[in-house]
Design a protein around this ligand. Structure first.
Ligand SMILES: [Zn+2]
Length: 337
């Protein structure tokens, strides 16, 4: 039957990843295989994931609908005058952190939708733009002269060693910006059902094997998404479950009540204002600060890369960054002002 014919993909080579996946079932295109990471690497990822959640706690703001009225899910955030803690709401409680190939934190950013009255001021996209402008400068500003020959490393590869940690699974915009930036991998610490697995799909449709035998490497244009569950980050499952509970219960226990109106939104960004979400960030912050006093399992591990830091050094730098960002960071606006 003519209706059953599969149209040809528009590609120049039948070896293109999308051509090879053309007739695969959708679930296969949207699902990732298991991550091949060692326990040492996972510990390193957890240090930066905990750092990000500590910053989420530091800059938490639940006033999605303003500081007045009643928020049945925010009893613990109520202050003595009846208003809710947090002040002006600048954007949703979603943040991202960029870390370079040696293990040093480059910078962080937050969602700023409200501040800019926009639905596209997402943490990862803002962060990538910021990091690009930093890398153009910090690479060689002290040693480079205008008469020097052009850089050998083009701007499109500046971020290929960068890992982005994001508190929430990335949307199509942010996955796109990270792909354009050639970001190597993105670790996300909560699922977002609204992203329809776009990060996985982009990875699967751009990943190809290069080289042969033992040296074969998977290279992709899009960053490799790594869910928190793959690095042993326990708050990942917990947040997913708490959001599911919120989603089911908000019909009978509204998010917000004001002047007789009940806001029963099941939006994930509303859940991220609740005492439950705050509690997770708070516990992660305590775990992060405890980590600094306790012992790592793999303190001496470091990747085989010039200048790479050990896990112990990475932790010390993460603690320093936490102190700096808690003090002078300004929730995604230019820092240190
Ligand atoms: Zn986004």
């Amino acid at each position: 039957m003519p209706g059953d014919e599969v149209p040809e993909p528009y590609v120049l080579s039948e070896n293109a990843p999308i051509a090879r996946k053309w007739t695969s079932p959708l679930y296969e295109v949207a699902t990732l295989g298991p991550l091949s990471a060692t326990e040492q690497e996972k510990e390193r990822h957890r240090i930066h994931s905990l750092l990000l959640f500590a910053l989420m706690r530091r800059y938490f703001n639940g006033n999605r609908n303003g500081s007045r009225g009643t928020y049945p899910w925010r009893e613990k955030q109520r202050e003595d005058d009846g208003r809710y803690a947090g002040g002006d709401y600048l954007g949703h409680n979603i943040g991202a952190l960029a870390v370079d190939g040696t293990g040093e934190v480059i910078d962080f950013d937050f969602n700023h939708n409200q501040l800019f009255n926009s639905s596209a001021e997402h943490a990862e996209a803002r962060l990538i733009r910021r990091v690009f402008s930093l890398t153009q400068l910090y690479d060689d500003w002290q040693t480079r002269k205008p008469s020097d020959p052009p850089r050998t490393r083009g701007y499109s590869t500046l971020l290929s060693d960068v890992t982005v940690y994001t508190s929430l699974e990335s949307c199509a915009q942010c996955s796109g910006v990270m792909a354009l930036g050639q970001v190597g991998q993105v670790v996300y610490l909560q699922r977002d059902p609204g992203t329809y697995h776009i990060g996985n799909i982009m990875w699967n449709l751009t990943a190809r094997e290069e080289g042969g035998g033992a040296k074969a490497q998977i290279k992709a244009t899009a960053p490799r998404p790594i869910p928190g569950s793959e690095i042993g980050f326990s708050y990942f499952d917990e947040l997913n479950e708490l959001y599911r509970e919120y989603y089911d219960a908000v019909r009978t226990k509204p998010f917000h009540e004001w002047k007789g109106k009940k806001d029963k939104t099941s939006a994930l960004t509303a859940f991220l204002c609740t005492d439950e979400a705050l509690g997770v960030f708070e516990r992660a912050r305590k775990e992060f600060l405890g980590l600094a006093k306790g012992k790592l399992t793999y303190p001496k591990y470091k990747p085989k890369k010039p200048g790479a830091k050990t896990n112990q050094e990475v932790l010390a730098l993460a603690v320093q960054f936490h102190d700096y960002a808690s003090d002078v960071g300004r929730r995604g606006t230019p820092h240190d002002l």
